[in-house]
Design a protein around this ligand. Structure first.
Ligand code: ATP
Length: 241
């Protein structure tokens, strides 16, 4: 059937484990993500957040278990986009970075200029299209990375600590873009170290430790009454052992 590819939601991980050699990085993770407010993944360093995102995106194959997108195991990532903590920009202008994605997404060339303007406006970079992308500040590059991801018209947007290297003003601007994307029904799945940011953005929280999902609950529930001792300690800012 022509037209839009089928929905990638719900996104489900079925008892997924991921190993690198003898190291267990994800350990029996099951998740069911549907449309709605952002899902925010939190947990200490090395708990498996990045690996979980990469498996959920389809960039890594689980060692054990299955991932399904809209009930399908083989779903090419046409409607999924990924923003990394430190974006890698092509050595060309900001606009050309977006053109590259529009081309690969099959958008006709005659629409590139208009579409690029719309995306640069959306991320608050209206006058920077001609600038070499690698000369933009870290915050500007991250907004450009978001524009590139949104150029794919994704149904699910994965982000790995996108504000970790940014100051509060740049962080706020990224959060506003994400909130407006979520309001347009784009499913956000994002990791962060920042519990305040998690509270601001989350519909639901996935709390990880040592490769396991310890809690998966609506944000208000997790932050007011975590179900586990690890959850209580983490929300109080204590170290987990
Ligand atoms: N390919 C690999 N080979 C061996 N170990 C790996 C590999 N990939 C990840 N790890 C280890 O698995 C653990 C989880 O890594 P991951 O990057 O998913 O955690 P994280 O929660 O995103 O961490 P951080 O908050 O520090 O970014 C870490 O201890 C990491 O060193």
């Amino acid at each position: 059937m022509a037209g839009r590819p089928p929905s990638d939601l719900p996104l489900a991980l079925h008892d997924v484990s991921y190993r690198a050699g003898e190291t267990i990085i994800l350990d029996g993770v099951s998740l069911h993500l549907t449309t709605g407010a952002p899902t925010i993944i939190i947990g200490p360093n090395g708990s498996g957040k990045t690996t979980l995102l990469r498996v959920a995106m389809g960039l890594l194959q689980p060692t054990i278990g299955r991932v399904t997108w809209g009930g399908r195991e083989n779903s090419p990532p046409i409607r999924r986009a990924f923003v990394f903590q430190r974006p890698v920009m092509l050595r060309r202008s900001a606009a050309a970075n977006i053109h590259y994605v529009l081309k690969s997404a099959g958008v006709p060339r005659r629409r590139w200029t208009e579409e690029t303007k719309r995306l640069l406006d959306m991320v608050g970079l209206p006058n920077l299209g001609a600038r070499p992308a690698r000369k933009l500040s870290g915050g500007e590059q991250q907004r450009l990375a978001l524009a590139r991801a949104l150029a794919r018209d994704p149904e699910i947007l994965f982000l790995d600590e996108p504000t970790a290297a940014l100051d509060p003003i740049s962080t706020q601007s990224i959060e506003e873009i994400l909130q407006s994307a979520a309001a347009r029904n784009i499913k956000i799945v994002m990791s962060t170290h920042d519990l305040h940011e998690a509270r601001r953005l989350a519909g639901d929280i996935v709390f990880m430790n040592r490769g396991r999902v310890i809690e998966n609950a609506p944000s208000a529930t997790f932050f007011t009454s975590p179900a586990t001792e690890d959850g209580r300690r983490f929300t109080r800012g204590e170290l987990l052992t």
